[in-house]
Design a protein around this ligand. Structure first.
Ligand code: FES
Length: 81
């Protein structure tokens, strides 16, 4: 069975869905969320978000399939990056 779209809960309270494998930056854009970016290459950390409590670098990560059925995104704890 192919995985379907995963519901994603965003820090502003909105909820969208994205296919597993979709780049996080694209998923955020579709949700109207701005993830700050810097290098776009995975080395600066500006784009870090937390997905279900795990820090990922949005510019190089993609939406994972989720065993619990949905994903909750928090922006990285340091807002001054
Ligand atoms: S933009 Fe630099 S690590 Fe993602």
């Amino acid at each position: 069975m192919p995985p379907g779209p995963i519901p994603i809960h965003w820090p502003d309270g909105s909820c969208t869905s994205a296919q597993p494998g979709c780049p996080w930056l694209e998923a955020a854009q579709q949700a109207g969320m701005m993830i700050p970016t810097g290098c776009l290459g995975g080395s600066c950390g500006a784009c870090e978000i937390e997905v279900n409590g795990r820090v990922v670098r949005a510019c190089i990560a993609t939406v994972p399939s989720s065993r619990c059925g949905s994903l909750t995104v928090e922006l990285a704890t340091d807002p001054y990056w």
